[in-house]
Design a protein around this ligand. Structure first.
Ligand code: ADP
Length: 551
C-alpha cells in the first residue's frame, strides 16, 4: 500500500468515525426529544383524566340530590304517566351516577375491582323505560326505533339492572348519534337457558356512518374515537365503549361489533342472568316496619343542607326519629344532651370532620354508639381510616335506602360481635342470632311461600359455596375463591346477616382478587364458614317453623 493510499484510507476512517459520532449524537437527541414528547403526551392524558375525575366529583353532589328527591317523590301518590316519567328520570340519574363513578375510578380501576349487584328486576320494563329516554331525540332526527323482545325471556331475572341500563344506554346513544337517517333496532333475545340461568343477547343496530375496518379494534379502548374529527363532529369522549366493554366482560359476557362504512353498525353483547321466583324490586318501595324497630333515634352529622333534608326525608319514611348536626362539633354537643341509637356521619365537614368526631366519641366520650360513615368516594384509604378511628360501617352515596335501612337495623338491633370482646363474650355470643328475616318479610310483603323459596335457595347454594371456598384455599386457587365469595355476597343482606360479616366477606373477596394476605384469608374463610353454617341452621329452623304454621 502506498503512503498516499494509506493516508486516504485513514482520512476516510476518521471521517466515518466523525459521521458515526454525529449520527449517534443525532440519535441521542432524537431519543431525548421523543422521551420528552412521551412525557408531554402522558401528562396530557393524566390531566385529561384528572379533569374528568374532578368534574365527575363536582357533578355527583347535585346528582345525588336529584336522584334522592326523585325517589322521595316516587313514593307519593302519582298518576301512571307521572310515575313513568319520574322512573325514567331516576333511571337515567342512576346511570349517570354510575358513569360518573366509573370515570372517577377509571384511573384506579383496571380489572376486577368493579362490583355488580344481584337484584331481581323486570328486564322488559327496564329496557323500555330506558328507550323512552331516546324518544324525543329519535323523533327529532326523524329516525325509526324498532324494538324486538323475545317473549321467551323470563319476566323477572336476577342481575345488575343499573349496569345493564348503562351498557345499552351507551350503545343506543352512539347509534342515535352516528345515524342521520334510517332506524335503530334494539333486539333482545334468549340465547340459552338452563335450570338456573339464562344467557341473553342484546344487539343494537343502526343505519349510520359505520366504522372503518382498521379502527374497529381500537374503538373499545379508553379515549378512542374512530376518526380524529369524531369529537368535533359528534362530540363524546371515547369512554362509552371502553366502559361498556368493561361492564360486559367483568360480568362474564362478550361484546363485539360488526360494521360497514356507510351502511351501519351492530353492537352486540351477551350476559348471563339468574332465574328467580322472587318478585322484582319495585321502584317505589313502601317500607312497612314492625313497631319494635320504629323508634330508632338517629343522629345525622352532615353539613350540606340538601343532603340533610334528603336524609331526614328518608329516615322519616323509615319511621325513625332523626336529629341533624351540621358538623362533628355540634354532634358531640348533641350527644351530651340526648341519647341516640346510631350516628350517620359524613366525613368531610367544617370545624370537626367525621374522623375527628368519631375519634372524640370513642376515645374522649368512651361511647360505643354505632357509627356509620357516609362516604362519597369509596377509596380504600378512607375505608381503612374509618375502621381505624372506630366506625362500625360505611355506606356510599348516593344512598341505597335498602342498604341504609338494613345497616341501621343491623347495627342497632344486633350488637356487632366485636363489641362483645371485652365482656362475657362466650355467653353473649351464644345468644346472638346470625340471621334476621326482617328484610325478606318486608320485601315479599310477608309472602311465606316466597320466603320459603328464598330460604331453600340459600340452603341449597351455601354449603357447596363454602366447600368450594375451603377447597380453593387448600389449592391456593384464588380465582375460584373470589368467584365463590362473590356469589355468596348478596345473600348476607338478604338473610339479614350482620354487616360485620358481610365486610369480612368483601375483604376476603378483595384479598382473593389481589392474591394477597394469604395468612388472613384462611382465618376469614373459617369465620365465614362458622357464620354461614350457623345461618343455615337458623334458616332451616325458620323454614320448618313457617311450614308448620302454614299447614
Ligand atoms: P364517544 O361516542 O364518546 O366518542 P365511544 O367509546 O362510545 O365514545 O365510541 C368510540 C368511537 O367509536 C366513537 O367516537 C365512534 O368513532 C365509534 N362509534 C361508536 N359507536 C358507533 C356507531 N354506532 N356508529 C359509528 N361509529 C361508532
Amino acid at each position: 500500500m502506498t503512503d498516499k493510499m494509506q493516508k486516504s484510507i485513514e482520512k476516510e476512517l476518521t471521517e466515518a468515525k466523525v459521521f458515526a459520532e454525529l449520527a449517534a449524537h443525532i440519535a441521542e437527541e432524537a431519543k431525548i426529544k421523543a422521551e420528552s414528547a412521551t412525557l408531554v403526551a402522558e401528562d396530557a392524558v393524566k390531566s385529561k383524566q384528572q379533569f374528568l375525575a374532578n368534574m365527575s366529583h363536582e357533578i355527583r353532589t347535585p346528582m345525588n340530590a336529584i336522584i334522592g328527591f326523585t325517589k322521595v317523590v316516587l313514593k307519593t301518590e302519582l298518576s301512571a304517566k307521572q310515575k313513568e316519567y319520574l322512573s325514567a328520570i331516576k333511571m337515567s340519574g342512576d346511570a349517570l351516577i354510575v358513569l360518573l363513578n366509573d370515570i372517577l375510578d377509571l384511573a384506579k380501576v383496571d380489572a376486577g375491582k368493579m362490583e355488580f349487584e344481584q337484584t331481581p328486576f323486570k328486564m322488559a320494563l327496564s329496557i323500555s323505560a330506558m328507550l323512552h329516554l331516546f324518544e324525543t331525540k329519535i323523533q327529532e332526527k326523524n329516525l325509526g326505533l324498532i324494538k324486538k323482545y323475545d317473549a321467551k325471556i323470563p319476566d323477572v331475572l336476577v342481575g345488575d339492572p343499573v349496569r345493564l341500563h348503562q351498557i345499552i344506554l351507551n350503545l343506543v346513544s352512539n347509534a342515535v348519534k352516528f345515524t342521520s337517517q334510517g332506524e335503530i333496532t334494539v333486539n333482545v333475545r334468549l340465547l340459552k337457558e338452563d335450570k338456573n340461568n339464562v344467557i341473553i343477547e342484546f344487539a343494537i343496530s343502526d343505519t349510520g356512518i359505520g366504522i372503518p375496518k382498521n379502527k374497529i379494534d381500537k374503538i373499545f379502548e379508553n379515549f378512542q374515537q374512530a376518526t380524529s374529527d369524531t369529537a368535533r363532529l359528534f362530540g363524546g369522549t371515547g369512554l362509552g365503549l371502553a366502559i361498556a366493554k368493561q361492564l360486559v366482560e367483568k360480568q362474564g359476557g362478550n361484546i363485539w361489533v360488526k360494521s360497514k362504512i356507510g351502511k351501519g353498525s351492530t353492537f352486540s353483547f351477551t350476559l348471563c342472568f339468574q332465574k328467580t321466583n322472587a318478585e322484582a324490586e319495585l321502584e317505589a318501595v313502601i317500607l312497612e316496619l314492625s313497631p319494635e324497630i320504629k323508634n330508632i333515634k338517629v343522629l345525622v352529622v352532615e353539613d350540606m343542607a340538601l343532603n340533610q333534608l334528603l336524609m331526614k326525608t328518608i329516615l322519616d319514611d323509615f319511621g325513625f326519629e332523626c336529629d341533624i348536626a351540621a358538623n362533628g362539633k355540634i354532634a358531640v354537643e348533641k350527644l351530651q344532651q340526648k341519647s341516640y341509637d346510631i350516628i350517620l356521619m359524613d366525613l368531610q365537614m367544617p370545624e370537626m370532620n367525621g374522623f375527628e368526631a368519631t375519634e372524640h366519641i370513642r376515645n374522649k366520650m368512651k361511647s360505643k354508639i354505632p357509627i356509620i360513615a357516609l362516604t362519597a368516594d369509596v377509596t380504600t384509604v378512607d375505608l381503612a381510616k374509618c375502621k381505624s378511628v372506630g366506625m362500625n360501617d360505611y355506606i356510599a352515596k348516593p344512598l341505597d335506602e335498602r342498604v341504609l335501612y338494613s345497616k341501621i337495623v343491623g347495627l342497632v338491633k344486633k350488637p356487632a360481635i366485636n363489641h362483645t370482646k371485652n365482656g362475657n363474650a362466650h355467653a353473649q355470643r351464644k345468644k346472638i342470632k346470625y340471621t334476621n328475616l326482617e328484610y325478606l318479610i318486608q320485601r315479599t310483603k310477608n309472602n311465606s311461600g316466597m320466603i320459603m323459596d328464598m330460604i331453600s335457595a340459600y340452603l341449597e347454594q351455601t354449603p357447596p359455596l363454602i366447600k368450594a371456598m375451603k377447597q380453593s384455599v387448600l389449592d391456593k386457587d384464588w380465582e375460584t375463591l373470589h368467584a365463590a365469595v362473590h356469589k355468596m355476597l348478596p345473600s348476607f343482606s338478604i338473610m339479614g346477616i350482620s354487616t360485620d360479616f358481610e365486610s369480612i366477606a368483601k375483604k376476603l373477596q378483595e384479598f382473593a382478587r389481589v392474591q394477597q394476605q394469604e395468612d388472613q384469608i384462611q382465618d376469614m374463610v373459617l369465620q365465614i364458614e362458622t357464620v354461614c353454617t350457623q345461618a343455615c341452621n337458623e334458616l332451616e329452623e325458620e323454614f320448618n317453623r313457617i311450614l308448620n304454621t302454614k299447614s
